[in-house]
Ligand binder design. Structure first.
Ligand code: HEM
Length: 132
């Protein structure tokens, strides 16, 4: 499987770009009162992209040597993915007021950025590591 590492990583990264842009558009659309972000085709497309993203992630996880994750960056990343998903649910669906949804949306984008920096830096501090 290791010989497919570059392709699998590319799929993971393309799915991240797709997933992140879609979340940005949907959350932004909802904030200004649009209805398309919750339409069934958009939701199903979003589930599909996220499934591809996570499947590629699991494949990377199984083929890479575990020494690569020794400093705990992946554990922190996965924990933040859970936080991102919960915030995303509040931003798109569960937030009762527009203000709650807006705060959850902004927080989700910040968490997404930190997940990205953690992945790039291979360090649990993410952006703070890259800046320091
Ligand atoms: C449970 C979810 C996830 C798991 C288990 C996971 C796992 C992984 C693994 C194992 C790698 C390979 C690291 C390497 O090649 O050195 C990777 C790369 C990467 N992941 Fe994820 N990932 C997940 C979700 C995400 C999300 C939501 C983002 C979006 C911000 C993301 C961003 C990245 C990036 C940018 C890379 C490439 C890092 C580099 O340049 O080396 N991942 N991920």
């Amino acid at each position: 499987m290791l010989e497919f590492y570059p392709q699998i990583k590319l799929v993971h990264i393309l799915a991240i770009a797709c997933s992140g842009s879609l979340f940005l558009l949907r959350g932004g659309g909802l904030l200004v009162g649009m209805r398309w972000p919750m339409a069934a085709p958009v939701r199903y497309f979003s589930y599909t992209v996220d499934t591809v993203l996570l499947t590629a992630a699991m494949m990377l996880l199984t083929i890479l040597p575990k020494e690569l994750f020794a400093n705990g960056w992946l554990t922190v990343k996965v924990a933040l993915v859970v936080v991102y998903i919960v915030l995303g649910v509040f931003a798109l669906r569960r937030g009762r007021t527009p203000r709650t949804r807006a705060i959850a949306f902004a927080a989700a984008l910040l968490v997404f950025a930190q997940i990205y920096f953690i992945a790039r830096a291979h360090n649990p501090l993410g952006l703070f590591y890259l800046l320091g």
